[in-house]
Design a protein around this ligand. Structure first.
Ligand SMILES: [Zn+2]
Length: 649
């Protein structure tokens, strides 16, 4: 386990803006930085990074937290993994104890998969450069294609041996469990290697960690598809990854453009030829997630097509998705029969770059002329072309851009512009109606209990279970201001001490929410050991739910968002409080809690009075009646308390 001292050093050193900007392009906005949220789809940025608070917060989807939280949500790291990443970035030495951390099994699995993938990446590389088969088959394949050793090493290329069990046996011998090898997709259920006699491409996540592998068959002894990929695992979701993006992102940002190619080797060739802003969608059609990934770094996408007409038409259809994301899409068509790899080799890097610049064309115009050419003079086919073009234009969210496209395309298609406008508008409103319907359907699905999904009939969702407001309020004050000094009568004390000295141990034990009870117990223990009760103390808790709770309370400018209510299922009555009002806030929270508690006791006791009366047990009836009066007196005295007795120091 990483020592608390190291954790503190890491969290003190890590600057949220450094961490986030490795993944998201941020722009300065006042004291904060603003960017497009990596966690939800948005067109105008609401993802805010506050350097002074060292926290991030999205006002769109409500996600927020510190550097560790960002890495965990974004990269799927476990808590220790995120700490290690930060430590490496800031060159902080990690102190560790032998004690094992009690992580949840899912986290542990992710950690194990990352470690195993790192091991495997090194194993494949070693096979490529050092084994005889690797050198003869793998290395010679890469060398024939003109790849230099530097690029092979940079992109972590490797070789999967022919044997069939080499990796599996070696990994097990080195202490990896067979079931983890299977879960990573590296071994089959028969304990054989999944990748055999293939040159291997390491697929990196945005943080540079190996998340998966792809292998290209060399086809001497093994049969099978030319390319195979790791299966989906807890750390690898195909639709969320673009090959090469980890290496390309700085250059994409600098050039404000991203080249998209089809194959892994196309990426390698272009990078080797000096074009670094290039990614591949690795065999699958471009997904909306991948488009959003690119959009974080640029709004300009240039797609390189191999010069084969049949492929182009199929590929173009998927691109309407890109238009929807409000990206500027350009297309470069390579001469018939060549791919980026071969054409770059033919022209040489400089001429190739010039070729790209001179031949990139706007996607919609390209599509229009492409279709027009195919339809020639066939009037029926022409109508189809118009519809197809309109479909693309309708996808463009910006009405001004849409207008420009309509104008130009009308000219190219030689049709009346007003006809094209009418057709586009019809399509846009049809799309909008469909979106609304989809959204309604989605909401219905989300509100339904899982076991009701099959019946298909909508049901009224149950009210969500809510955390008790008064308990929540106490905990909020404890976390945000526990260490603040306040004046109570003659005495100066901390907010935490004030709250805890007014709450008996058994009252805390009666807290309805186990989470909130745990926070109070933690605070109480910390206070007894005379340690300071800073917000950091809660932010660094080894319980994730407590860290999340603290992050929610401490997020920049956003103490009480709607989303926050949803997340913790509470209703907030209080408004945002000024930072300097801890004394009053503490007293109000305590008072509300006590009043609520007394109200509850009163209603329980009222039931007892009724029961005693019904059964005719007069002594008991009088006893409860008297108790009720005492409760009410106490309640009134608390309600009447002068809130100004606590003065801010
Ligand atoms: Zn968001």
């Amino acid at each position: 386990m990483i020592t608390q001292r190291t954790v503190e050093r890491i969290l003190d050193t890590a600057q949220i803006e450094d961490i986030v900007s490795d993944f998201v392009t941020l722009r300065k906005r006042g004291a904060n930085l603003l960017g497009l949220c990596p966690f939800h789809t948005e067109k105008t940025p609401s993802f805010t990074v506050s350097p002074s608070k060292n926290l991030f917060k999205c006002f769109g989807c409500g996600r927020g937290g510190d550097s560790v939280k960002f890495l965990r949500e974004h990269e799927g790291f476990s808590y220790p993994e995120a700490l290690r990443y930060l430590a490496a970035k800031y060159q902080i030495e990690i102190e560790e104890t032998q004690e094992q951390r009690k992580d949840d099994p899912e986290e542990q699995l992710k950690d194990q998969l990352f470690v195993l993938n790192q091991y495997t990446r090194d194993f494949f590389a070693q096979q490529l450069f050092e084994s005889e088969d690797g050198r003869q088959l793998g290395l010679s394949y890469f060398k024939e294609r003109g790849f230099r050793e530097a690029i092979l090493k940079k992109f972590d290329l490797g070789f999967a041996p022919i044997g069939g069990t080499t990796l599996t046996n070696q990994a097990v011998q080195d202490g990896f469990r067979p079931d983890i090898l299977q879960k990573a997709g590296l071994s089959t259920s028969q304990h054989r290697d999944f990748f055999r006699e293939r040159v291997m491409f390491t697929i990196h996540g945005l943080s540079g960690k190996p998340v998966a592998f792809a292998g290209r068959l060399l086809g001497k002894t093994v049969k099978g598809p030319k390319y195979i990929n790791s299966p989906e695992t807890p750390i690898y979701h195909k639709s969320n990854v673009l090959y090469g993006l980890y290496f390309a992102r700085q250059s994409i940002r600098k050039e404000d453009n991203c080249y998209l190619v089809e194959g892994y080797t196309d990426v390698l060739s272009l990078v080797q030829g000096g074009i670094e802003n290039v990614v591949a969608s690795s065999g699958t059609a471009l997904t909306p997630e991948q488009i959003r990934l690119i959009k974080r770094f640029t709004s300009n996408l240039t797609i390189l097509y191999d010069g084969d007409a049949a492929g182009i038409n199929a590929a173009m259809r998927g691109l309407d998705l890109v238009l929807e994301q409000d990206m500027n899409v350009k297309v470069v068509l390579l001469p018939d029969g060549s791919d980026p790899d071969s054409y770059l080799g033919e022209l040489g890097p400089e001429a190739f770059q010039t070729f790209l610049k001179e031949n990139s064309r706007d996607f919609i115009l390209f599509k229009t002329s492409q279709l027009l050419q195919a339809s020639k003079d066939d009037p029926v086919a022409r109508t189809e072309v118009i519809k197809e073009v309109v479909r693309s234009i309708a996808r463009v969210p910006d009405p001004i851009k849409r207008g420009e496209y309509t104008k130009v395309c009308a000219q190219v298609l030689q049709v009346d512009e007003s006809m094209l406008v009418a057709e586009t508008n019809r399509m846009v409103s049809a799309d909008m109606a469909k979106d609304r319907k989809d959204k309604a359907r989605q909401e219905l699905r989300e509100n339904r209990e899982p076991d009701q999904q099959v019946t298909g009939s909508p049901s009224i969702p149950e009210a969500p279970r809510r955390l008790p407001t008064q308990e929540m309020d106490l905990v909020r004050v404890m976390i945000t201001g526990g260490d603040k000094l306040i004046q109570v009568g003659e005495e100066t004390t901390t907010v935490a001490n004030y709250l805890l000295s007014n709450l008996e141990e058994e009252v805390i034990q009666e807290f309805n929410s186990p989470l909130l009870r745990a926070v109070m117990e933690m605070a109480s223990a910390q206070l007894r050991s005379d340690a300071p009760l800073t917000p950091q103390f809660f932010l660094q808790s080894d319980r994730e739910d407590i860290r999340d709770l603290a992050i929610g309370f401490l997020s920049p400018d956003y103490q009480y968002s709607d989303n926050w209510e949803e997340r913790y299922q509470i209703v907030l009555h209080t408004q945002r409080m000024p930072d300097d009002n801890f004394a009053r806030d503490a007293q109000l929270a305590l008072q509300r809690f006590q009043l609520h508690r007394l109200d509850q006791m009163c209603s329980v006791n009222a039931q007892r009075i009724k029961e005693a009366y019904d059964t005719g047990d007069e002594p008991l009836y009088l006893h409860y009646l008297k108790f009720q009066q005492e409760l009410q007196a106490l309640r009134n005295s608390i309600a009447d308390q002068d809130l100004n007795t606590v003065i801010l120091k």
